[in-house]
Design a protein around this ligand. Structure first.
Ligand code: GLY
Ligand code: MN
Ligand code: MN
Length: 440
């Protein structure tokens, strides 16, 4: 558990009260994923289960039963087992599920197929996420079918499956103070890594050296590691949005785009900086950089409660289109460019996303057909970019290979916003001051 037990207790209470008597909710653990043959990826818990319980182990299932006289919170866990624990690590076991994790009742996982249908037979609705993996979904469907088989005789048993996201992801979208503290820590560690990278890049170094420096900076500060594979994209690699090969030698004259964020206590950061491998931006690189920065600052400036998510995108788009027209990279009228989406080859992704336990955190961007209005306590990224490739029709080769993205993590506060990642240089003069003192 990375937060005090009462935080999870409070969350479960809210969720239980929201789904109401007659309901049950099932949250299975993430699946263990095979990397190759008999080697697995390091296990990471499913965020919905983690948010409600803090329980970190594989194989578990959390069952919530609002209004149950004694057992509103039931955990199924892998039991203590001296031999298995010798190979794969300690387990909380049934005792720990109750003693440490606060479950009202706990069973070993081999009781799942017996106990869950019994509990569900007294419930009308089952909250279960419709986008979960096949393994759990098939199992949950079997439990539900079994539980409702007795309905003709008993008059009880589930008749509906409901996605818990509408309640749970609305909760996850508005961060509690404890969560904001963890995100701040993730961002602070990431800021150290970006500072270190900006000072260490030199012509002739390989992208993976800088990746290693970043990931080392994360781990030594106690982060679980990168929240997503670290992107160190120099030269034209910067135009590949999810570039992770990171094996190119950097040259003086290149830009390098670094998109890296630490995960701390389950919470993610997600930050991008783009800077020259040499000391200075070239004139063309500077033109594109200034444009992206101008869009990014204008979007951040707008962030406050009440502003709609789509307004942020529209603001970025207006500035980017105007700038691309001024640079003669686009031609025509603004209306035509918008209508035919002629900006898409230059700026093809969204302006940002919610940030939390997931990098692309849960929570709908549209509510009731309208773009969602921001509220204090939400955390989002702002990350406009411009990517110039040979695939863009009629684009002069002198522009090819320039890719710029600038990404910050922003907390919405009652009277505006706070840029959590503000400490990492992003103005050209600030960046060139760091690069001027870098090794060569
Ligand atoms: N690093 C993933 C993203 O920026 O959304
Ligand atoms: Mn992002
Ligand atoms: Mn990113």
């Amino acid at each position: 558990m990375t937060l005090p037990a009462e935080v999870y207790e409070r969350r479960r209470r809210r969720f239980l009260d929201a789904i109401g008597d007659g309901a049950a909710a099932i949250f299975p653990a993430a699946l263990e994923a095979v990397r190759s043959n008999d080697v697995e990826y390091r296990f990471r818990q499913h965020n919905d289960l983690y948010y409600l319980t803090g329980f970190p182990e594989a194989g578990a299932v959390c069952l919530l039963l609002p209004g149950h006289p004694k057992e509103e919170y039931v955990l199924f866990v892998r039991p203590r087992d001296a031999e298995r624990e010798t190979w794969t690590g300690r387990r909380a076991g049934v005792e720990g599920a109750i003693g440490t994790f606060g479950a009202a009742m706990a069973y070993p996982v081999d009781k799942l197929d017996e106990k869950i249908p019994e509990y569900l037979a007294e419930r009308e609705r089952v909250y279960y996420a419709l986008d979960r993996d096949e393994h759990w979904t098939q199992r949950v469907l079997r439990w539900i079918r079994q539980a409702r088989a007795s309905r003709p005789r008993t008059g009880t048993g589930p008749t509906a499956i409901v996605d818990p996201g509408e309640i749970l992801h609305e909760m996850r979208l508005r961060k509690e103070p404890e969560e904001i503290a963890h995100i701040r820590r993730a961002v602070a560690i990431t800021a150290d890594a970006h500072h270190a990278a900006m000072a260490a890049v030199r012509p002739g170094c390989t992208e993976f050296e800088i990746e290693a420096l970043i990931d080392y900076t994360f781990r030594r500060a106690g982060a679980a590691g990168p929240a997503y594979p670290t992107i160190v994209a120099s030269g034209s690699n910067a135009t590949v949005l999810h570039y992770t090969t990171n094996d190119r030698v950097m040259n003086d004259g290149d830009l390098v785009l670094i998109d890296a964020g630490a995960e701390y206590a389950g919470y993610c950061s997600d930050i991008t900086r783009t800077f020259p491998v040499g000391r200075r931006f070239s004139a063309r690189q500077q033109d594109i950089y200034e444009l992206v920065l101008c869009a990014q600052l204008a979007v951040i400036e707008q962030i406050r409660p009440g502003v709609r998510y789509d307004e942020l995108y529209q603001r970025a788009l207006a500035i980017l289109i105007e700038g691309l027209l001024a640079l003669r990279l686009l031609t025509g009228s603004v209306d035509e460019i918008r209508e035919k989406e002629l900006f898409k080859p230059y700026f093809m992704h969204r302006i940002g996303h919610w940030l939390g336990l997931d990098v692309h955190d849960m929570g709908d961007y549209k509510v009731g057909g309208e773009s969602r209005a921001l509220e204090a306590g939400m955390v989002l990224t702002v990350e406009p970019g411009v990517y110039l490739t040979e695939h863009i029709e009629d684009l002069g080769p002198e522009w090819w290979g320039i890719g710029v993205r600038i990404e910050d993590d922003v907390l919405v506060i009652p009277d505006g916003h706070e840029v959590l990642s503000a400490a990492i240089p992003k103005r050209i003069d600030e960046i060139e001051a760091v690069r001027g003192g870098a090794p060569r």
